[in-house]
Design a protein around this ligand. Structure first.
Ligand SMILES: C[S@@+](CC[C@H](N)C(=O)[O-])C[C@H]1O[C@@H](n2cnc3c(N)ncnc32)[C@H](O)[C@@H]1O
Length: 259
């Protein structure tokens, strides 16, 4: 359990504190979490703690992104996704948006080097600035548009994450998109998938309205069974399957390991 006050995150169990330091880096007992320290990995972050950290990191962002930074951990199980990312992973985040997950995994899972891909150039620009300021001292993140990625894709990632992206990908491209991403994972590496659940129906409707209001998109959800079927065809072994609720949103989290 975490007790967040005035920008500090206290892990009661371990008596440690995390905070954003003077230069904006996350510090734990005054030291920037790095690959030689286990302190970052032991930070026990709740939705409240992650919301506080993201709010501080995106404090200079436009209002909509600041609101999303504050609200994201309350409506999506960000901590459950983070927990599945092995420490020190070379990570690809497909559909990274403004970089919430890459920022958290860089600091709290010591991920790096990290790669983020998105179709939204403005989002990538914001991610670049925030990672530069709040995840310094690590190998420079590689952030690029989907078009740039498709021209020069990379492989051999320890972990590939895709959070709330599949329902935005054009329907007829989804299978090929997924298969290609599975191929980007190194043997023994992980593919972490999180998307909105199709069932219960009321939760799917709540999300449909959320996307309609925020993006103007009429999204169509992929049944998670379809994702599992494509994964199985590609030799990806399902190692974790959970359905998680946050407010009126319902999420499907799946972790696959490449044989
Ligand atoms: C709901 S946001 C999630 C952002 C981020 N993954 C997160 O969890 O904060 C969906 C993201 O997917 C991106 N996106 C949409 N279609 C995409 C595609 N075909 N390839 C990559 N990213 C895409 C959007 O630009 C947006 O940033």
């Amino acid at each position: 359990m975490l007790d967040v006050s005035r920008g500090r995150v206290r892990s009661r169990a371990k008596g440690r504190q995390s905070s954003l330091g003077e230069r904006g880096q996350w510090t734990e007992q005054g030291a920037i979490p790095d690959k030689t320290s286990d302190s970052a990995l032991s930070a026990d972050l709740s939705a409240a703690g992650l919301s506080k950290l993201l709010s501080r990191a995106y404090a200079k962002a436009p209002f909509k992104q600041r609101l999303m930074a504050w609200g994201r951990p309350w409506i999506a199980p960000v901590e459950a996704v983070l927990a599945e990312i092995p420490p020190n992973s070379r990570q690809l985040d497909m559909g990274c948006g403004v970089g919430f997950l890459l920022l958290l995994s860089s600091n709290l899972r010591r991920a790096g080097p990290v790669t983020g891909v998105d179709v939204d150039k403005a989002g990538l620009e914001l991610a670049r600035g925030v990672l530069r300021e709040h995840a310094p001292g690590r190998r420079k993140p590689h952030l690029c548009t989907l078009q740039e990625w498709n021209a020069a894709p990379q492989s051999g990632f320890d972990v590939v994450t895709m959070v709330d992206v599949m329902h935005h990908v054009p329907w007829t491209q989804r299978q090929g998109f997924l298969k290609d991403l599975f191929g980007r994972v190194r043997p023994g590496g992980l593919f972490i998938y999180k998307d909105i659940a199709q069932k219960p129906r009321w939760a799917a409707i709540a999300n449909f309205l959320h996307d309609l209001i925020l993006t103007g998109e009429r999204v169509r959800l992929s049944p998670v069974a379809d994702i599992e079927a494509v994964a199985a065809q590609c030799g990806m072994r399902l190692t974790k399957s959970s359905k998680l609720f946050r407010l009126w949103y319902c999420h499907e989290l799946r972790v696959f390991e490449r044989a």
